[in-house]
Design a binder for this molecule. Sequence first.
Ligand code: AMP
Ligand code: GLY
Length: 438
Amino acid sequence: MSKIMQVNKQKILIIGGGGREHAIGWKVTQSPRVGQIFFAPGNAGTADIGTNVPISATDISKLVEFAKKEKIDLTLAIPDDPLALGIVDEFQKAKLRIWGPTKVAAQLEWSKVFSKDFMRRHNLPTAEFEIFDNFKKAKEYVAKQSLPIVIKASGLALGKGVIICPTQEEANEALENILVKKVFGNSGNQVVIEEFMTGPEISIHAFSDGKNYKMFPPSQDHKKIGENDTGLNTGGMGTIAPLPFVSEVMMNKIEKEIVAPTLKTMRNDGIPFEGLLYPGLMLTKDGPKILEYNARFGDPETQTYMRLLDTDLLDIVDSCIDGTLEKLEIKWKSLSACTIVLASDGYPENYKKGEIILGIEEAEAQSDIIVFHAGTKLDDKSNLATNGGRVLGVSATGNTLKEALTKAYKAIEKISFEGMQFRRDIGKKNACPAVEIL
Ligand code: AMP
Ligand code: GLY
């Protein structure tokens, strides 16, 4: 008999179809435990490393049916929408093994009213705020506040539900749009009106098994479409990790004042958070403050993180589900990484789909480059074509952030599609940091 231990090969289902899911799939394929890997719905990149299943990430009953039929061993619930719809609860009811927070735990993300109330109740650092469902009362409140003021629809609104209002008129218009005209539907039944904060924004990620957690290195997204953080908000145009300007002292403070108390109080409140907690923070002059909680991996943060993670992701996921995260040592490569998003012309507003994409192989032939797919598909003639706003994420690693960025931008020169746009300043102001934020 062979002395090599037989590893049980597992069937894995990854829910979602963006760059984040491609990066997670890329990492999962490196696990010796993976047999088959499915993506629902996936994209042209995930089709190269697994099997795409034509079921939408939000069609929970079809996903349950598929997981039962295919005898899926483990499902990774990644995007916000299925989590908000209770995919984890439905899979658990059907006795299917799934990783992610339950619907009530994911409320940290899908209800800003819940999350702001939670932060207030437990004295967690965040912007001052009030909640309204009445247009007149909301307007009266805004009239007494200093400007700019921030208005947020309570529910998920495809990243468009946060409006920063420099004037009273703009604030009133935002309130009317959300509360009266219902431009975000039921997501706008309530609004959070909050104080405007300033400072660098960073992304924090932590795995949690409900009792214990493990922090990632800090990362930073670039949310605006235009260079120097101008123009409209997007899903994210590029990320870097770790952050040269965030000290260990600051990370300890973030852990002690934000991550640990958030997870502990969720547990004490009877809704343990199992999955990935991603608080978006602003490093204000009064210390780190929570902009929002996400109950999932960030995108494109995850495309950068997966290049740095040295531990088998499936081991981490299993220990989260089994409540044994404390015992697992999670290793990160001592490298820097970045991801630059290549987007369609017009994004984040209207854009064309179906433009032919060239040069990915040439880009990936360069050292330390992986190109993750987001909005891509194979067209009728089997050409790789654009199929979304954010099309590709070009990721690179290097011994320094500067080296990683240089490699990524050099690789981008090989890639082309009609109307391709990207930011040339990702990580720029932080590649040679003048000051560390303590
Ligand atoms: P959110 O979806 O809550 O992360 O908000 C989207 C973006 O709006 C954030 O990345 C910030 O740039 C900005 N933002 C949200 N809340 C505030 C705030 N209270 N003060 C300043 N900017 C904010
Ligand atoms: N990086 C932005 C997000 O995932 O929400």
